[in-house]
Design a protein around this ligand. Structure first.
Ligand SMILES: Nc1ncnc2c1ncn2[C@@H]1O[C@H](COP(=O)(O)OP(=O)(O)OP(=O)(O)O)[C@@H](O)[C@H]1O
Length: 319
């Protein structure tokens, strides 16, 4: 582990400077910072974030402004991590239309997060391509396309800032907007919880500071989801957004995700299959390969891997 559970103060200060001086360069990578950074290839790459935020990673020479998402195509994408015998994502093709909610499901290690990272432009495919309105993602200005994509990662970082700033980090273009901030928090079931904090939205979320406050894992997860909702992105990737939430909060969060249907595009990754019933399309991954796709009803009728996992979960794993 290169960084501890908390970002060191000096790094936080550097980060604030980087954020302030490089608002234009701030991309969805902010959602993908992880405190379990172990190698240069990690999905949640802190160094990669800092370099992008400081403008160190050059945009592609042919970069073009990204227009609003109409159709996203994953065309025969394979990603092989260095030193791994098998690809994490193996020859996957799928199409996502604007406004759809799609779900990636499958057992641990089946490649869901890796595929989402390729779609979000956080990882480069070993082969194949992701196209945004028919044009390869790599052709766009990374900052520009990044501004249209938000990723709520399962390995979110706990920033030592106020609750308001932690949410506002979701969109650094312009001054934080209080109404938008509170609306995003409400959708993520975070608003009332924040109002209960000693200083409300101004509460510093780090107990090592005077008057700072610690949050539980589930409370942090709500803040992180609020960060995702705060960003007015065309495409929102939510990777296990409810793993630490209590049932009431989880239900409310998934209702908020359903409310996006037809308005914005959402990729949902979750092991809680009851929450993907309403998805327009469910993609089932197994050992990196796309093995099934369809609606919940279609997949149940097909009596394949999804039906097996769903039935197992619905029965409480006791058969
Ligand atoms: N940074 C990495 N370096 C090497 N291998 C990796 C890395 N990240 C993931 N993998 C491997 O890639 C495969 C797919 O991992 P991935 O995290 O995409 O699966 P997942 O379906 O999202 O899993 P989970 O449900 O546990 O979150 C796994 O075998 C995993 O061990």
């Amino acid at each position: 582990m290169l960084l501890g559970g908390r970002i060191p103060l000096a790094a936080a200060a550097t980060c604030v400077v980087a954020l302030q001086s490089a608002q234009r360069s701030l991309t969805s990578v902010i959602f993908a910072i992880d405190d379990t950074y172990t190698e240069g290839e990690h999905f949640n790459d802190y160094t990669g974030f800092m370099e992008r935020a400081s403008g160190h990673l050059p945009a592609s020479e042919s970069s073009a402004p990204a227009e609003a998402l109409q159709r996203l195509v994953v065309d025969r994408v394979t990603l092989r991590y260095p030193g791994r015998p098998l690809p994490a994502v193996d020859d996957v093709s799928l199409t996502i239309e604007a406004g759809q909610t799609v779900a990636f499901v499958g057992e641990n290690g089946s490649g869901k997060s890796t595929l989402a990272a390729v779609i979000a432009g956080l990882r480069e495919a070993t082969s194949g391509a992701v196209t945004w309105n028919g044009r390869p993602l790599a052709d766009y200005d990374p900052d520009d396309v990044g501004a249209r994509i938000a990723v709520v990662s399962q390995d979110f970082h706990q920033w030592p800032f106020s609750a308001a700033t932690n949410i506002a980090l979701g969109d650094m273009r312009g001054e934080p907007d209080v109404d938008r901030l509170e609306a995003a928090a409400a959708r993520a079931v975070a608003h009332d919880m924040i109002l209960d904090l000693p200083y409300g939205y101004d509460t510093l979320l780090d107990r090592t500071f005077a008057n700072g406050q610690d949050l539980s894992g589930g409370q942090w997860q709500r803040i992180t989801a609020a960060r995702g909702f705060y960003r007015t992105a065309d495409l929102l990737v939510m990777d296990e957004p409810s793993s630490a939430l209590d049932p009431r909060a989880e239900d409310a969060l998934f209702q908020a995700i359903r409310d996006r249907h037809g308005v914005a595009t959402t990729i949902l990754i979750t092991h809680r299959l009851a929450n993907v019933r309403h998805a327009d399309r469910i993609y089932v991954l197994h050992l990196g390969r796309l093995v099934e796709s369809g609606t919940h009803d279609e997949l149940l009728a097909a009596a394949g891997r999804y039906a097996e996992l769903f039935t197992l979960q619905a029965s409480g794993y006791h058969g």
